[in-house]
Design a protein around this ligand. Structure first.
Ligand code: ATP
Ligand code: MG
Length: 559
């Protein structure tokens, strides 16, 4: 992890500096973010988005959004739409440079014809299994396909027929002719085209042969004039193949640079596994607030700023690592502390009747919305004869270090009055109600004659309160690395307590003015936001994160 300050340089920027200094690519910097539209974006993608768009911005360059849509079987429009929305929401702008790999199908086909005509590609009749077996292993050379020496004319004729739909799925493929004993397995005559009689979300029925990722990806970057093609480490040993294609075709060559993928503790970062969680209903959908997807995080209350700051600070590296999830949480607290208005909400209510407060009267308190941002102004918070506090802010027989409310003890109600508990009402041994008095001279938190109170509680007025359903979240998994456990599937490590629903919470009336996704702090409780499933009858509030920042304690240790 890069722990230097945010503007610190990394190896990718070093390469770009060197290239621009040497006037490689005429000093241009042009990157791209190339998602495959086969799932929703997650925080790992956010890292790549921030990196590519961020670099373009820093170097006065450009960044394209390009859908790598070469596999019609798994891809679809709903994913395209959601990715567009998510990249925008993160705050990035591709201007008029929204592209699709499928826009280049003609061009790619022309390139393939060129390779066929120069004897560098051939049509293979073997099955997928035969091809896979023939590739050999890391220790054993592959063997040449019996169809490898077809003539140029025969290959071209067969390719035309493949394209014209004369063969069934899987009957034939087009392969590049490189070297079946190459030490890099990716160079052992990889497949360029396969037959799929499947309509494509953009090209419809026009094509029944589709390019393989390794054939298409480098071409897409070349066609768009990308200068620095930034990708994750697993593509490092595909680079020789991409470069081979570009050299044979004698076309523009971008510089590919690989960096380590983002992994976070206590979650997973693979679209396939995330889809599994959705399909098996372990979560409510791609936007479940426990998911590491952009949509999930947005619904949980994460802000684009927090995600961008996090991505900037983790930096880029050449070695895979696992970033603590607390580090991400630190960035959301950091942002919300500055920007989120404060409200009061009681999650587990305990009723208090104030004996010396007039029935039916409302006392409106002036309360600062955000002490970190005085421009955020003040609001009126109603106080009345019956209020709620948290159940755990009262103990009938207080333990030694419990400073909150107890019989005979005086504490402060935030921005209201000092209050003393006179009587505890119980039903079946359970405390159901407290009878208290307030000191009218302490209105607004004023403490006369230096009386000492050891704690300040949040509260809401019963008749003014809104009922709310609050969703509390915990880690999605019980172990740091759910995918690398010795035993069992990653789903065996799902945290059964990752969602707790509290039904009869009481929150202050100002919450009514908020709309879906609005973020705020509940005093002493943490950061929250309004869930988009909220209706007039059912107010749903998601907890983003609690107030306690373990990461900043780690950072401050030893200081
Ligand atoms: P997944 O493994 O989740 O299926 P993917 O790599 O198949 O992801 P793509 O749609 O191909 O998903 O990813 C688009 C871009 O995002 C690629 O350039 C990829 O390198 C990058 N990316 C994907 N996952 C991560 C990650 N965890 N960290 C950093 N970059 C990532
Ligand atoms: Mg990919």
């Amino acid at each position: 992890m890069n722990s230097n300050n945010a503007s610190s340089h990394d190896f990718i920027r070093d390469i770009i500096d060197e290239d621009t200094k040497k006037n490689k690519y005429e000093g241009r910097v042009h990157t791209r973010f190339p998602p495959e539209p086969n799932g929703f974006l997650h925080i790992g993608h956010a890292k790549s988005i921030c990196l590519n768009f961020g670099i373009a911005e820093e170097y006065n360059g450009l960044c394209n959004l390009r859908f790598d849509d070469t596999n019609p079987v798994k891809e679809g429009n709903q994913y395209v739409r959601s990715i567009i929305e998510d990249v925008k929401w993160l705050g990035f702008d591709w201007e008029n440079r929204l592209f699709y790999g499928s826009d280049y199908f003609n061009q790619m086909y022309e390139y393939a014809v060129k390779l066929v005509k120069s004897g560098k590609a051939y049509v293979d009749d073997q099955t997928v299994e035969e091809i896979s077996k023939g590739r050999g292993t890391l220790l054993k050379s592959g063997i040449n396909s019996p169809y490898r020496d077809r003539s140029v004319e025969e290959n071209f004729d067969l390719l035309l027929k493949m394209k014209a739909g004369e063969f069934d799925d899987g009957e034939k493929v087009l392969r590049v002719k490189i070297d079946m004993s190459h030490p890099n397995m990716n160079m052992r005559d990889p497949v360029m085209y396969r037959i799929l009689h499947t309509p494509h979300h953009r090209t419809g029925d026009k094509w029944c042969i589709y390019p393989m990722y390794d054939w298409a990806h480098g071409l897409e970057d070349s066609i768009e004039g990308i200068t620095h093609s930034i990708c994750t480490l697993e593509f490092e040993n595909h680079r020789p193949l991409y470069d081979w294609f570009l050299k044979e075709l004698d076309i523009y060559k971008p510089q590919q640079i690989e960096f380590a993928r983002l992994n976070l503790t206590y979650t997973i970062m693979s679209k396939r596994m995330l889809l599994d969680l959705v399909q098996e209903k372990h979560v409510s959908g791609w936007d479940d607030p426990r998911m590491p997807t952009i949509r999930g995080m947005r619904r949980r209350g994460y802000s684009p700023t927090a995600i961008r700051n996090f991505c900037k600070r983790i930096g880029v590296a050449k070695v895979n690592s696992n970033i603590p999830i607390e580090f991400l949480e630190h960035y959301i607290r950091d942002d919300l502390n500055k920007t989120a208005p404060r409200f009061m909400g009681v999650l587990r209510p305990l009723k208090i009747v104030i004996e010396n407060f007039q029935e039916g009267k409302t006392d409106e308190m002036d309360v600062v919305n955000n002490p970190e941002d005085l421009d955020a102004g003040t609001r009126k918070v109603p106080f009345s004869k019956i209020i709620y506090i948290e159940q755990d802010d009262f103990m009938e027989n207080p333990l030694k270090k419990f400073y909150r409310l107890a019989p005979g003890r005086e504490v402060r109600l935030s921005n209201a009055y000092l209050i003393t508990c006179n009587e505890v009402i119980k039903e079946n041994e359970k405390v159901t109600e407290l009878i208290c008095t307030i000191d009218p001279a302490t209105r607004g938190g004023n403490v006369p004659n230096n009386r000492r109170v050891k704690s300040t509680l949040h509260w809401v007025s019963a008749i003014h309160a809104l009922d709310a359903e609050v969703h509390l979240y915990d880690k999605l998994f019980t172990v740091e690395n759910p995918t690398s456990q010795k035993e069992g599937d990653f789903k065996n490590y799902l945290n059964p307590d990752s969602l707790k629903i509290l039904k009869s919470c009481k929150v202050e009336p100002a919450i009514h003015n908020l709309k879906a996704f609005d973020r705020f702090q509940f005093l002493r409780k943490g950061y929250f936001c309004i869930d988009p499933d909220t209706t007039d009858e059912n107010l749903i509030i998601n907890q983003t994160v609690g107030l306690r920042d373990t990461w900043s304690r780690i950072l401050n240790r030893g200081k």
